[in-house]
Design a protein around this ligand. Structure first.
Ligand SMILES: Nc1ncnc2c1ncn2[C@@H]1O[C@H](COP(=O)(O)OP(=O)(O)OP(=O)(O)O)[C@@H](O)[C@H]1O
Ligand SMILES: [Mg+2]
Length: 326
């Protein structure tokens, strides 16, 4: 059977995930929509607590109680995710349709098993692929992340941080998932190794024609590696569009501040911007626009009405400044 991949490998619509805590309902992710085609990558950026991990866990169907997906839909490689049982998610979704390199993943490699043993685990468990066939698949992906196959026989303590991280990435690719999520994949590494891995990922994404989701605080890296950017604030995607467009000319006041806060070479340190105040409690977010208490461009309407999403030169911006309706 010839398997023709759908052009859209990820289709997220109006995704809403909340945590139902004793202190109230934490509105961690509200009404998020975005799409990804094969060979494309999206970078998700925003301050701590804005909902990046909640987004990732929702896509993997791994939101833990007291959290749950409240509404919306997620299609990964043609599979609707939201209605799956836990067993179906385990057998059909994770690793095969979508996999994730978790934050700090390289530190959770088990020291007592060889690299090879750990790599072959998902192949053995989910596909019943063992022995030489499994080894061949692992070698293929080790080669793709530029790791000598000899390291297959080594133990994690014998490897550098960069090597471990590459091996974790290779493992996430083994079952040829349509989408790979990478949560802060290189922040624990030095900048030279980080740049090399990011570059290799860029090449890999084109080669495998899959989708990649990068989550990081570091917006300068995201702009370099992502085709699309999603800027999140307090559970909302506030700006979504081509990474180049957003980086060159950010439209949402929050994105403008975030980008102005990136230190640049030869820049006077006094000119570095920061965003005063702190993100809101998501049990009780501000009325109107969630960013308005920190926004220098806010006007009356911003504290009253939730902004719609407006299309501005192909970029989606959730901000009243761009409402041309009246
Ligand atoms: N298990 C949980 N129970 C209650 N609230 C939670 C839980 N997990 C996350 N939250 C809340 O949901 C919101 C979004 O959290 P999330 O972890 O998705 O943010 P993040 O953008 O990944 O942050 P960081 O950059 O620090 O990783 C935060 O307000 C957080 O406090
Ligand atoms: Mg997180």
């Amino acid at each position: 059977m010839i398997h023709i991949k759908e052009k859209l490998i990820l289709d997220v619509n109006n995704l809403t995930t909340h945590y139902f805590t004793s202190k109230g309902e934490v509105k961690a992710l509200d009404d998020a929509s975005f799409q990804l085609e094969g060979g494309q990558s999206i970078g998700i950026a925003g301050e701590s607590g804005c909902g990046k991990s909640t987004m990732a866990f929702s896509l993997l169907r791994m939101v833990q109680p007291p959290g749950r997906i409240v509404s919306g839909s997620i299609r990964v490689g043609g599979l609707e995710v939201t209605g799956l049982s836990e067993e179906e998610a385990r057998k059909k979704l994770r690793w095969q349709k979508i996999s994730m390199v978790f934050q700090g993943a390289m530190d959770i490699m088990t020291p007592v098993y060889s690299v090879g043993h750990q790599m072959m685990e998902p192949l053995r468990y989910l596909k019943d692929i063992k022995g030489d066939r499994a080894k061949d698949i692992c070698f293929k992906y080790l080669d793709m992340v530029n790791i000598d196959y000899e390291l297959f026989y080594r133990y994690p303590h014998e490897l550098s941080g960069g090597q471990k991280q590459r091996i974790v990435i290779a493992t996430a690719l083994l079952l040829e998932p349509d989408v790979v999520i990478l949560d802060e994949p290189t922040t624990a590494l030095d900048v030279v190794v980080e740049a090399r891995i990011m570059n290799d990922l860029k090449v890999l994404k084109k080669k495998l024609n899959n989708g990649m989701i990068f989550i990081t605080h570091d917006l300068s890296i995201l702009a370099e590696i992502s085709d699309i950017l999603a800027i999140m604030y307090a559970g909302w995607i506030v700006e979504l569009g081509s990474a180049l467009d957003i980086y060159k000319e950010p439209k949402h006041p929050y994105t403008q501040k975030l980008i102005a806060a990136i230190p640049r070479l030869h820049m006077d340190i006094d000119r570095l911007e920061y965003i005063p105040g702190a993100p809101p409690e998501l049990t009780n977010p501000p009325k109107g626009c969630r960013f308005h208490p920190r926004c220098e461009q806010a006007f009356d309407r911003c504290s009253q009405e939730e902004p719609d999403e407006h299309d501005v030169d192909g970029v989606k911006v959730k901000c009243h400044l761009y409402d041309r309706s009246g």
